[in-house]
Design a protein around this ligand. Structure first.
Ligand code: ADE
Ligand code: ZN
Length: 326
């Protein structure tokens, strides 16, 4: 099994990272103070103690309220800049970062403040952190399709600042079909498409089938339950479709890292990648996720190198840029 130093030194792309999931307790406290918000805790240890959950639903119940400290474009800038600094230390060279505009616009924060703050950090990232950074707008699947459609239209003036769209939040009773029209419109607008198919949700395997056959995504986030249908694994492999898995996140949401499943997909030639999801909440940035998976699954150095190669191959870099990393 390769060392932490080896993993850190390996150039990587991170493709499944929620910017709101990088809100570390110390930054949360500082933003609360600056914005005059009483969050009910006054030390880093007290805030960290609120970051406790054992399922996707209980995680999301902590995650959304925490975002109230994010108010201004500068707040979003600082959040993204802090992530990019941390990612650079882990050897990330390319990042495609999710953000949840509806979690902010629904609280009265202007869409423009969210996008311009995050984008300023992304635009500075090549010179400041040595990272090529891009944004993926995620719709909240537990909000209405109408709300997603309005969010998509609000993004149009910022089209050049956003690489693609995704779908996250609570999958239960919110299958991909609910957003088929929104994603068709996003494709017309030239966005790349991805969707979460979370770990061990009711209907995970059916949802993976739907995103492949009906939505026509360019990538699947998590998607690890595809192992339940070998014929579907063949489709994913043949299409060269990227799966963005998140080992440490899995161990919180389901009590199982799914190391056997992820390693099996890797060894069968599926373009599987390793990512950190919500590192401030799950306690591991991307290098720690590689190490945790490698140790749990007994990955060889060569297999870890393949994971890093997959991260660039599954990225939405242009062909010539991608070639520079391979
Ligand atoms: N939002 C942030 N992280 C998420 C995850 N792992 N699944 C669904 N929604 C999320
Ligand atoms: Zn996620």
């Amino acid at each position: 099994t390769p060392t932490r130093e080896f993993v850190t030194g390996l150039p990587k792309a991170e493709l499944h990272l929620h910017l709101e999931g990088t809100l570390e307790p110390d930054l949360k406290l500082r933003l609360a103070q600056r914005n005059g918000i009483d969050i009910g805790q006054s030390t880093v240890e007290e805030v960290r103690a609120t970051y406790a959950f054992d399922s996707l639903t209980s995680f999301l119940a902590v995650y959304y309220p925490a975002m109230e400290v994010l108010q201004t474009a500068d707040d979003f800038y600082e959040l993204a800049d802090a992530y990019l600094a941390r990612a650079a230390a882990d050897g990330v060279k390319h990042a495609e970062m999710f953000f949840d505009p509806q979690a902010h616009t629904s609280r009265g924060v202007p869409f423009e403040a969210v996008v311009t703050g995050y984008h300023r950090a992304a635009a500075e990232a090549p010179s400041k952190h040595g990272i090529d950074a891009h944004l993926i707008l995620c719709f909240l699947r537990d909000h209405s399709a109408q709300s997603a459609a309005e969010t998509l239209e609000a993004s149009v003036p910022f089209r050049d600042k956003i690489l693609g769209v995704g779908l996250d939040s609570d999958e239960r009773d919110n299958p991909p079909q609910k957003f088929a029209d929104v994603f068709a419109r996003a494709r017309e607008l030239g966005y790349r498409l991805t969707m979460h198919c979370d770990i061990d949700q009711v209907g995970s395997i059916d949802n993976i089938r739907t995103v492949l056959d009906e939505i026509g995504v360019d990538r699947v986030d998590h998607g690890t339950n595809v192992v339940e249908d070998p014929a579907l694994v063949d489709v994913v492999r043949e299409r060269g479709l990227g799966l963005t898995t998140c080992p440490i996140s899995n161990s919180f949401v389901t009590d199982d890292m799914k190391a056997t499943e992820i390693a099996g997909l890797l060894r069968s030639g599926v373009r599987v990648t390793v990512n950190s999801d919500d590192p401030a909440y799950f306690g591991g940035y991307v290098a720690e996720n590689y190490v945790a998976l490698a140790e749990a699954a007994g990955l060889t150095t060569q297999e870890v190198v393949q994971l890093a190669r997959n991260s660039f191959e599954a990225s939405w870099l242009g062909d010539s840029q991608r070639a520079a990393y391979l």
